[in-house]
Design a protein around this ligand. Sequence first.
Ligand SMILES: [Zn+2]
Ligand SMILES: [Zn+2]
Length: 304
Amino acid sequence: MIASGWRYWDALPRAGPGARGTGWPVALPLPGCRAWGFLLQVKFREEAIVRVCVLASGSSGNCTFVSSGGTRILVDAGLSRKEIINRLNAIGEDPRKLDAILISHEHTDHVSGLPFFAASLKIPVYLTRDTAPAIDWGEYQARVEPFQAGSRLAVGELEIDTFTVPHDAADPVGFTIRAHGVKIGLVTDLGYIPDSIKFHLRGTNLLILESNHDLEMLKVGPYPWAVKQRVMGRKGHLSNDVVFEFIRGEMDTSTSLLVLGHISEHNNHPELVRLSAQQALAGRELFTRLVIAEPRRQTEVFEL
Ligand SMILES: [Zn+2]
Ligand SMILES: [Zn+2]
């Protein structure tokens, strides 16, 4: 039977001995028919799903997986090579298929596994010109792709914007990543949120943001006073209160998924972060989904 350029098959083979068909009509467009374009679009959309998993977040290690279609990257590599491989395998990803690693800054919790991991897999490492020499590469030779903070990078299907963040490192950056109409923001390790970063985070669908410490817990906590000052300083880390104000006042309504991470194990608690952020979201009547990235376990895989 032929109708409007589509060919109908009444019996797709069914599995199993003696099975003759599904009983459901199956339609495929004839060669050259415009309907192929539609089917290809559907297929393309299927493969274009953006997948994100925060493999680790916090002072014991930071690493996030992002993929779209055939492109797979890591942002930061602050776990051992073995642990990165284990956590990638746990979400069904093959480390050998990674296309690149982006590095935000040289602090150990973001690069501890980088030299060995990147050298053994021979994948390019994108990082700023001043960050590269600040890393102890040891005996390993990685393929370094330096960039200027503020520049735009293209890695496969991913369009990546980089921007300076206020933090006590050589040349720290945050990232937004765009693919197939989805925008992801990754901003951890910063002392405050300047307007320039708020601008970059406009239109973000998934935002991974630091909510590092509770101010009261930090003040009475175990850190020496100099370290406390550093954490609270303009080049330190974001407190729950600062994140509360950001969510309540300026987070874009486009942000349908908010992942809060880089939570201090000594000066914060995941439930405090959740309560504070939930209050801020409720105040704006936003229906943003809130996820807390706990320090020692990976999040679910987010598909957008
Ligand atoms: Zn960090
Ligand atoms: Zn840092």
